[in-house]
Write a new protein. Sequence first.
Length: 455
Amino acid sequence: MVEKNKRIHGVWDNHWTYICAAAGSSIGLGALWKFPYLVGEHGGAEFVLLYLLFTLVLGLPLLLAETTLGRRARQSPVNAIRYLSRESGLSQKWAALGWLGVITGLLILSYYSVVAGWSIQYLLDTATGSLQAKNVNDHAEHFRLLLDNPNQMMTWQSAFILCSVLVVMRGVHKGLGNAVRWLVPIMLVLLLVLINFSYQQGGLELAARFMFDVDWSQLTASTTLAALGLACFTLSIGVGSMMAYGAYMPDHPPVARNLLVVTLIGLLVAVGFGIVVFSIVTSNPEVDTSTGPGLIFVTLPWAFANMSGGLLWGALFFLMALLAAWSSAISLLEPAVAWLVESTRCNRFFASLLAGLAAWALGLGTIFSFNRWLGDFNFYGMVDTLTSSLLLPVSALLIAIFVGWRVRSTLLREELHTEPHWLYMIWTGLIKFICPLAIAIILASGIYQLSGEYL
Protein backbone atom coordinates (compact mmCIF):
# COMPACT_ATOMS: atom_id res chain seq x y z
CA MET A 1 0.00 0.00 0.00
CA VAL A 2 2.72 2.45 0.95
CA GLU A 3 4.83 1.81 -2.13
CA LYS A 4 1.80 1.99 -4.42
CA ASN A 5 0.85 5.40 -3.10
CA LYS A 6 4.39 6.68 -3.39
CA ARG A 7 4.26 5.84 -7.08
CA ILE A 8 0.94 7.65 -7.49
CA HIS A 9 1.97 10.99 -6.02
CA GLY A 10 5.72 10.89 -5.56
CA VAL A 11 7.95 11.90 -2.65
CA TRP A 12 9.66 15.23 -1.97
CA ASP A 13 13.18 15.28 -3.39
CA ASN A 14 14.67 16.03 0.04
CA HIS A 15 13.69 17.29 3.48
CA TRP A 16 14.45 20.92 2.50
CA THR A 17 11.79 20.77 -0.21
CA TYR A 18 9.32 19.47 2.37
CA ILE A 19 10.25 22.26 4.78
CA CYS A 20 9.71 24.85 2.04
CA ALA A 21 6.36 23.29 1.11
CA ALA A 22 5.07 23.15 4.68
CA ALA A 23 6.43 26.62 5.49
CA GLY A 24 4.85 28.00 2.32
CA SER A 25 1.52 26.61 3.42
CA SER A 26 1.74 28.38 6.78
CA ILE A 27 3.21 31.62 5.35
CA GLY A 28 -0.05 32.61 3.75
CA LEU A 29 -2.50 35.43 4.01
CA GLY A 30 -3.32 34.13 7.48
CA ALA A 31 0.12 35.27 8.63
CA LEU A 32 0.44 38.29 6.34
CA TRP A 33 -3.13 39.62 6.32
CA LYS A 34 -4.93 38.33 9.41
CA PHE A 35 -1.97 38.49 11.79
CA PRO A 36 -1.25 42.24 11.42
CA TYR A 37 -4.85 43.40 11.66
CA LEU A 38 -5.63 41.09 14.61
CA VAL A 39 -2.52 42.38 16.39
CA GLY A 40 -3.79 45.91 15.80
CA GLU A 41 -7.33 45.09 16.92
CA HIS A 42 -6.17 43.38 20.11
CA GLY A 43 -3.65 45.94 21.28
CA GLY A 44 -0.32 44.49 20.23
CA ALA A 45 2.07 42.72 22.59
CA GLU A 46 -0.35 40.62 24.64
CA PHE A 47 -1.83 39.11 21.49
CA VAL A 48 1.58 38.52 19.88
CA LEU A 49 3.05 36.67 22.85
CA LEU A 50 -0.04 34.51 23.33
CA TYR A 51 -0.01 33.70 19.61
CA LEU A 52 3.64 32.60 19.83
CA LEU A 53 2.91 30.49 22.91
CA PHE A 54 -0.17 28.80 21.45
CA THR A 55 1.58 28.10 18.15
CA LEU A 56 4.42 26.25 19.88
CA VAL A 57 2.46 24.49 22.63
CA LEU A 58 -0.75 23.65 20.73
CA GLY A 59 -0.22 24.23 17.01
CA LEU A 60 3.05 22.30 16.72
CA PRO A 61 1.69 19.08 18.36
CA LEU A 62 -1.36 19.17 16.07
CA LEU A 63 0.91 19.78 13.09
CA LEU A 64 2.96 16.72 14.07
CA ALA A 65 -0.24 14.67 14.43
CA GLU A 66 -1.50 15.55 10.94
CA THR A 67 1.88 15.02 9.31
CA THR A 68 2.33 11.64 11.02
CA LEU A 69 -1.05 10.45 9.74
CA GLY A 70 -0.15 11.47 6.20
CA ARG A 71 3.30 9.92 6.25
CA ARG A 72 1.96 6.67 7.71
CA ALA A 73 -0.77 6.22 5.09
CA ARG A 74 0.93 7.89 2.08
CA GLN A 75 -2.47 8.95 0.75
CA SER A 76 -4.84 11.91 0.52
CA PRO A 77 -6.44 13.01 3.83
CA VAL A 78 -9.73 11.16 3.13
CA ASN A 79 -8.03 7.88 2.25
CA ALA A 80 -5.34 8.35 4.92
CA ILE A 81 -7.92 8.50 7.71
CA ARG A 82 -9.69 5.48 6.19
CA TYR A 83 -6.39 3.58 6.01
CA LEU A 84 -5.41 4.41 9.62
CA SER A 85 -8.91 3.49 10.81
CA ARG A 86 -8.57 0.10 9.16
CA GLU A 87 -5.12 -0.43 10.71
CA SER A 88 -6.49 0.42 14.16
CA GLY A 89 -9.71 -1.59 13.80
CA LEU A 90 -11.92 1.52 13.84
CA SER A 91 -15.09 2.43 12.01
CA GLN A 92 -14.66 3.70 8.44
CA LYS A 93 -16.92 6.60 9.41
CA TRP A 94 -13.76 8.34 10.63
CA ALA A 95 -13.09 9.08 6.94
CA ALA A 96 -15.54 11.96 7.39
CA LEU A 97 -12.69 13.72 9.21
CA GLY A 98 -10.69 13.70 5.99
CA TRP A 99 -13.65 15.05 4.04
CA LEU A 100 -14.12 17.81 6.61
CA GLY A 101 -10.54 18.99 6.03
CA VAL A 102 -10.83 18.89 2.23
CA ILE A 103 -14.12 20.82 2.20
CA THR A 104 -12.85 23.37 4.73
CA GLY A 105 -9.72 23.93 2.64
CA LEU A 106 -11.74 24.63 -0.50
CA LEU A 107 -14.04 27.00 1.39
CA ILE A 108 -11.06 28.94 2.73
CA LEU A 109 -9.47 29.02 -0.73
CA SER A 110 -12.72 30.40 -2.17
CA TYR A 111 -12.41 33.69 -0.27
CA TYR A 112 -8.64 33.51 0.01
CA SER A 113 -8.43 33.78 -3.78
CA VAL A 114 -10.53 36.96 -3.73
CA VAL A 115 -8.27 38.60 -1.13
CA ALA A 116 -5.25 37.48 -3.18
CA GLY A 117 -6.90 39.20 -6.15
CA TRP A 118 -6.98 42.43 -4.15
CA SER A 119 -3.23 42.00 -3.64
CA ILE A 120 -2.73 41.73 -7.41
CA GLN A 121 -4.69 44.94 -7.96
CA TYR A 122 -2.78 46.80 -5.26
CA LEU A 123 0.55 45.51 -6.54
CA LEU A 124 -0.29 47.05 -9.93
CA ASP A 125 -1.64 50.24 -8.35
CA THR A 126 1.47 50.86 -6.26
CA ALA A 127 3.85 49.89 -9.08
CA THR A 128 2.18 52.27 -11.55
CA GLY A 129 1.75 55.13 -9.07
CA SER A 130 -2.05 55.34 -9.26
CA LEU A 131 -2.26 55.58 -5.46
CA GLN A 132 0.22 58.45 -5.19
CA ALA A 133 -0.51 61.55 -3.06
CA LYS A 134 -4.00 60.66 -1.88
CA ASN A 135 -5.39 61.16 1.61
CA VAL A 136 -6.66 58.26 3.69
CA ASN A 137 -10.29 58.91 2.68
CA ASP A 138 -9.31 58.63 -0.98
CA HIS A 139 -7.70 55.28 -0.25
CA ALA A 140 -10.82 54.07 1.51
CA GLU A 141 -12.86 55.15 -1.53
CA HIS A 142 -10.38 53.40 -3.86
CA PHE A 143 -10.85 50.16 -1.93
CA ARG A 144 -14.64 50.59 -1.90
CA LEU A 145 -14.67 51.05 -5.68
CA LEU A 146 -12.71 47.82 -6.05
CA LEU A 147 -15.25 46.00 -3.90
CA ASP A 148 -18.09 47.49 -5.94
CA ASN A 149 -16.60 46.15 -9.18
CA PRO A 150 -17.36 42.39 -9.40
CA ASN A 151 -15.89 42.07 -12.89
CA GLN A 152 -12.54 43.43 -11.79
CA MET A 153 -12.45 41.22 -8.70
CA MET A 154 -13.50 38.20 -10.75
CA THR A 155 -10.70 38.81 -13.24
CA TRP A 156 -7.99 38.79 -10.58
CA GLN A 157 -9.60 35.95 -8.62
CA SER A 158 -9.73 33.84 -11.80
CA ALA A 159 -6.11 34.64 -12.65
CA PHE A 160 -4.99 33.66 -9.15
CA ILE A 161 -6.94 30.38 -9.15
CA LEU A 162 -5.58 29.54 -12.62
CA CYS A 163 -1.98 30.13 -11.52
CA SER A 164 -2.52 27.86 -8.50
CA VAL A 165 -4.12 25.14 -10.63
CA LEU A 166 -1.21 25.25 -13.11
CA VAL A 167 1.23 24.51 -10.28
CA VAL A 168 -0.78 21.67 -8.74
CA MET A 169 -1.53 19.92 -12.03
CA ARG A 170 2.21 19.47 -12.71
CA GLY A 171 2.53 17.14 -9.73
CA VAL A 172 4.65 16.84 -6.62
CA HIS A 173 8.08 17.21 -8.25
CA LYS A 174 7.62 19.51 -11.25
CA GLY A 175 4.76 21.52 -9.77
CA LEU A 176 4.61 21.76 -5.98
CA GLY A 177 8.28 21.03 -5.33
CA ASN A 178 9.67 23.43 -7.93
CA ALA A 179 7.24 26.19 -6.89
CA VAL A 180 8.01 26.13 -3.17
CA ARG A 181 11.77 25.89 -3.70
CA TRP A 182 11.56 29.31 -5.37
CA LEU A 183 8.65 30.97 -3.58
CA VAL A 184 9.77 30.54 0.03
CA PRO A 185 13.38 31.82 -0.41
CA ILE A 186 12.08 34.78 -2.46
CA MET A 187 9.60 35.63 0.30
CA LEU A 188 12.31 35.48 2.94
CA VAL A 189 14.56 37.79 0.89
CA LEU A 190 11.68 40.24 0.35
CA LEU A 191 10.96 40.20 4.08
CA LEU A 192 14.57 41.08 4.90
CA VAL A 193 14.48 43.91 2.37
CA LEU A 194 11.25 45.27 3.90
CA ILE A 195 12.63 45.01 7.45
CA ASN A 196 15.70 46.95 6.34
CA PHE A 197 13.36 49.56 4.83
CA SER A 198 11.52 49.77 8.17
CA TYR A 199 14.82 50.33 9.94
CA GLN A 200 15.78 53.11 7.54
CA GLN A 201 12.40 54.78 8.03
CA GLY A 202 13.04 54.91 11.77
CA GLY A 203 9.85 53.14 12.85
CA LEU A 204 11.40 49.85 13.91
CA GLU A 205 11.73 50.76 17.60
CA LEU A 206 8.12 51.94 17.85
CA ALA A 207 6.91 48.77 16.13
CA ALA A 208 8.95 46.55 18.46
CA ARG A 209 7.57 48.40 21.49
CA PHE A 210 4.00 48.01 20.23
CA MET A 211 4.44 44.30 19.53
CA PHE A 212 6.53 43.22 22.53
CA ASP A 213 6.02 45.70 25.40
CA VAL A 214 3.46 43.67 27.37
CA ASP A 215 0.83 45.09 29.70
CA TRP A 216 -0.99 42.05 31.06
CA SER A 217 -3.64 44.25 32.65
CA GLN A 218 -4.98 44.82 29.12
CA LEU A 219 -5.41 41.11 28.46
CA THR A 220 -8.99 40.01 27.70
CA ALA A 221 -10.73 36.72 26.97
CA SER A 222 -11.35 37.93 23.42
CA THR A 223 -7.63 38.46 22.86
CA THR A 224 -6.80 35.01 24.23
CA LEU A 225 -9.35 33.26 22.03
CA ALA A 226 -8.32 35.22 18.93
CA ALA A 227 -4.65 34.27 19.47
CA LEU A 228 -5.60 30.63 19.97
CA GLY A 229 -7.70 30.57 16.81
CA LEU A 230 -5.04 32.27 14.67
CA ALA A 231 -2.39 29.78 15.83
CA CYS A 232 -4.42 26.95 14.25
CA PHE A 233 -5.33 28.98 11.17
CA THR A 234 -1.81 30.06 10.23
CA LEU A 235 -0.36 26.53 10.53
CA SER A 236 -2.98 25.17 8.11
CA ILE A 237 -4.24 22.77 10.77
CA GLY A 238 -7.54 21.06 10.00
CA VAL A 239 -7.60 21.57 6.20
CA GLY A 240 -5.71 18.43 5.19
CA SER A 241 -2.74 20.27 3.67
CA MET A 242 -0.19 19.03 6.17
CA MET A 243 -1.57 15.51 5.95
CA ALA A 244 -1.16 15.58 2.18
CA TYR A 245 2.33 17.08 2.39
CA GLY A 246 3.25 14.53 5.06
CA ALA A 247 2.27 11.77 2.61
CA TYR A 248 5.07 12.96 0.30
CA MET A 249 7.77 13.06 3.00
CA PRO A 250 10.86 10.87 2.65
CA ASP A 251 11.08 8.07 5.22
CA HIS A 252 14.33 8.99 6.95
CA PRO A 253 14.12 12.63 8.19
CA PRO A 254 12.95 13.13 11.80
CA VAL A 255 9.44 14.52 11.54
CA ALA A 256 9.38 16.63 14.72
CA ARG A 257 12.65 18.40 13.95
CA ASN A 258 11.51 19.36 10.46
CA LEU A 259 8.16 20.60 11.75
CA LEU A 260 9.87 22.71 14.40
CA VAL A 261 11.85 24.40 11.62
CA VAL A 262 8.62 24.89 9.64
CA THR A 263 6.87 26.42 12.65
CA LEU A 264 9.77 28.74 13.47
CA ILE A 265 9.95 29.95 9.86
CA GLY A 266 6.21 30.66 9.93
CA LEU A 267 6.49 32.54 13.22
CA LEU A 268 9.50 34.58 12.10
CA VAL A 269 7.77 35.60 8.89
CA ALA A 270 4.52 36.53 10.64
CA VAL A 271 6.31 38.56 13.33
CA GLY A 272 8.71 40.08 10.80
CA PHE A 273 5.87 41.10 8.53
CA GLY A 274 4.04 42.51 11.55
CA ILE A 275 7.09 44.60 12.42
CA VAL A 276 7.15 45.95 8.86
CA VAL A 277 3.46 46.86 9.03
CA PHE A 278 3.58 48.49 12.44
CA SER A 279 6.86 50.31 11.82
CA ILE A 280 4.92 52.15 9.10
CA VAL A 281 1.69 52.47 11.05
CA THR A 282 3.09 53.56 14.42
CA SER A 283 5.41 56.14 12.85
CA ASN A 284 2.35 57.89 11.37
CA PRO A 285 0.33 59.45 14.24
CA GLU A 286 -2.71 59.88 11.98
CA VAL A 287 -2.99 56.13 11.46
CA ASP A 288 -5.17 53.97 13.71
CA THR A 289 -3.67 50.53 14.40
CA SER A 290 -7.10 49.00 15.07
CA THR A 291 -8.64 49.52 11.63
CA GLY A 292 -9.24 45.77 11.16
CA PRO A 293 -9.05 44.08 7.73
CA GLY A 294 -8.70 47.47 6.03
CA LEU A 295 -5.28 47.92 7.64
CA ILE A 296 -3.52 46.27 4.68
CA PHE A 297 -5.64 47.65 1.83
CA VAL A 298 -6.51 51.16 3.07
CA THR A 299 -4.18 52.35 5.80
CA LEU A 300 -0.88 50.98 4.50
CA PRO A 301 -1.32 52.12 0.87
CA TRP A 302 -1.98 55.62 2.19
CA ALA A 303 1.18 55.46 4.31
CA PHE A 304 3.25 54.16 1.38
CA ALA A 305 1.93 56.94 -0.88
CA ASN A 306 3.13 59.57 1.56
CA MET A 307 6.70 58.47 2.18
CA SER A 308 9.90 58.70 0.19
CA GLY A 309 10.21 55.74 -2.17
CA GLY A 310 6.89 54.44 -0.89
CA LEU A 311 5.65 53.21 -4.25
CA LEU A 312 8.60 50.85 -4.66
CA TRP A 313 8.30 49.56 -1.11
CA GLY A 314 4.55 49.24 -1.44
CA ALA A 315 4.96 47.18 -4.60
CA LEU A 316 7.42 44.87 -2.82
CA PHE A 317 5.04 44.62 0.13
CA PHE A 318 2.09 43.47 -2.00
CA LEU A 319 4.34 41.21 -4.07
CA MET A 320 5.30 39.35 -0.92
CA ALA A 321 1.65 39.13 0.13
CA LEU A 322 0.76 37.71 -3.27
CA LEU A 323 3.56 35.12 -3.25
CA ALA A 324 2.54 34.06 0.27
CA ALA A 325 -1.06 33.64 -0.86
CA TRP A 326 0.06 31.57 -3.86
CA SER A 327 2.22 29.19 -1.81
CA SER A 328 -0.66 28.65 0.60
CA ALA A 329 -3.31 28.28 -2.12
CA ILE A 330 -1.57 25.33 -3.76
CA SER A 331 -1.52 23.53 -0.40
CA LEU A 332 -5.27 24.11 -0.02
CA LEU A 333 -5.93 22.62 -3.47
CA GLU A 334 -3.69 19.58 -3.11
CA PRO A 335 -5.83 17.45 -0.70
CA ALA A 336 -8.84 17.53 -3.03
CA VAL A 337 -6.69 16.88 -6.10
CA ALA A 338 -4.91 13.95 -4.41
CA TRP A 339 -8.23 12.34 -3.49
CA LEU A 340 -9.59 12.73 -7.04
CA VAL A 341 -6.45 11.11 -8.48
CA GLU A 342 -6.60 8.20 -6.03
CA SER A 343 -10.33 7.52 -6.01
CA THR A 344 -11.62 8.39 -9.50
CA ARG A 345 -10.46 7.96 -13.05
CA CYS A 346 -9.28 11.58 -13.21
CA ASN A 347 -5.65 12.24 -13.99
CA ARG A 348 -3.94 15.09 -12.17
CA PHE A 349 -4.65 17.53 -15.00
CA PHE A 350 -8.43 17.16 -14.83
CA ALA A 351 -8.44 16.71 -11.03
CA SER A 352 -6.69 20.07 -10.63
CA LEU A 353 -9.17 21.74 -12.99
CA LEU A 354 -12.16 20.30 -11.09
CA ALA A 355 -10.85 21.34 -7.66
CA GLY A 356 -9.89 24.79 -8.94
CA LEU A 357 -13.29 25.24 -10.58
CA ALA A 358 -15.04 24.35 -7.31
CA ALA A 359 -12.99 26.93 -5.37
CA TRP A 360 -13.54 29.53 -8.11
CA ALA A 361 -17.33 29.01 -8.14
CA LEU A 362 -17.52 29.28 -4.34
CA GLY A 363 -15.42 32.44 -4.54
CA LEU A 364 -18.12 34.15 -6.60
CA GLY A 365 -20.22 34.23 -3.44
CA THR A 366 -17.50 36.27 -1.72
CA ILE A 367 -17.18 38.62 -4.70
CA PHE A 368 -20.92 39.28 -4.85
CA SER A 369 -21.09 39.78 -1.07
CA PHE A 370 -19.35 43.15 -1.42
CA ASN A 371 -21.57 44.69 -4.09
CA ARG A 372 -25.09 43.69 -3.00
CA TRP A 373 -25.68 41.13 -5.74
CA LEU A 374 -26.74 38.84 -2.91
CA GLY A 375 -28.83 41.50 -1.18
CA ASP A 376 -28.19 41.64 2.55
CA PHE A 377 -26.73 38.12 2.64
CA ASN A 378 -22.99 38.33 3.40
CA PHE A 379 -21.63 35.09 1.97
CA TYR A 380 -18.04 36.10 2.70
CA GLY A 381 -18.77 36.87 6.34
CA MET A 382 -20.63 33.59 6.76
CA VAL A 383 -17.87 31.47 5.18
CA ASP A 384 -15.09 33.26 7.07
CA THR A 385 -16.88 32.85 10.40
CA LEU A 386 -17.98 29.29 9.63
CA THR A 387 -14.47 28.11 8.72
CA SER A 388 -12.55 30.03 11.40
CA SER A 389 -14.97 29.62 14.30
CA LEU A 390 -16.51 26.22 13.61
CA LEU A 391 -15.04 23.96 10.88
CA LEU A 392 -11.34 24.49 11.68
CA PRO A 393 -11.78 23.94 15.45
CA VAL A 394 -14.01 20.87 14.87
CA SER A 395 -11.47 19.40 12.45
CA ALA A 396 -8.55 20.11 14.79
CA LEU A 397 -10.46 18.66 17.78
CA LEU A 398 -11.29 15.46 15.90
CA ILE A 399 -7.67 15.10 14.79
CA ALA A 400 -6.53 15.40 18.42
CA ILE A 401 -9.08 12.80 19.52
CA PHE A 402 -8.36 10.46 16.60
CA VAL A 403 -4.59 10.54 17.08
CA GLY A 404 -4.56 10.80 20.87
CA TRP A 405 -7.27 8.30 21.74
CA ARG A 406 -8.25 6.14 18.77
CA VAL A 407 -5.25 5.29 16.58
CA ARG A 408 -3.14 2.44 17.96
CA SER A 409 -0.19 3.96 19.80
CA THR A 410 2.16 1.32 18.41
CA LEU A 411 1.49 2.60 14.89
CA LEU A 412 2.32 6.16 15.90
CA ARG A 413 5.48 5.15 17.75
CA GLU A 414 6.58 3.09 14.76
CA GLU A 415 6.15 6.10 12.48
CA LEU A 416 7.97 8.41 14.93
CA HIS A 417 10.73 5.94 15.78
CA THR A 418 13.45 8.53 15.09
CA GLU A 419 12.15 10.83 17.85
CA PRO A 420 13.50 10.50 21.43
CA HIS A 421 11.18 8.80 23.91
CA TRP A 422 10.85 11.85 26.16
CA LEU A 423 9.75 14.00 23.24
CA TYR A 424 7.24 11.39 22.13
CA MET A 425 5.75 11.24 25.66
CA ILE A 426 5.43 15.05 25.87
CA TRP A 427 3.72 15.11 22.47
CA THR A 428 1.35 12.32 23.53
CA GLY A 429 0.35 14.24 26.67
CA LEU A 430 -0.25 17.44 24.73
CA ILE A 431 -2.28 15.77 21.96
CA LYS A 432 -4.38 13.74 24.42
CA PHE A 433 -5.19 16.33 27.05
CA ILE A 434 -4.05 19.92 26.44
CA CYS A 435 -4.93 20.29 22.76
CA PRO A 436 -8.50 18.93 22.99
CA LEU A 437 -9.27 21.17 25.97
CA ALA A 438 -7.91 24.29 24.30
CA ILE A 439 -9.67 23.55 21.02
CA ALA A 440 -12.93 22.85 22.82
CA ILE A 441 -12.73 26.37 24.28
CA ILE A 442 -12.25 27.84 20.79
CA LEU A 443 -15.13 25.76 19.49
CA ALA A 444 -17.48 26.84 22.28
CA SER A 445 -16.58 30.46 21.60
CA GLY A 446 -17.13 29.95 17.86
CA ILE A 447 -20.53 28.37 18.36
CA TYR A 448 -21.52 31.24 20.65
CA GLN A 449 -20.38 33.74 18.00
CA LEU A 450 -22.29 31.94 15.25
CA SER A 451 -25.45 31.72 17.34
CA GLY A 452 -25.31 35.46 17.95
CA GLU A 453 -24.82 36.30 14.26
CA TYR A 454 -27.02 33.80 12.44
CA LEU A 455 -29.70 32.59 14.88
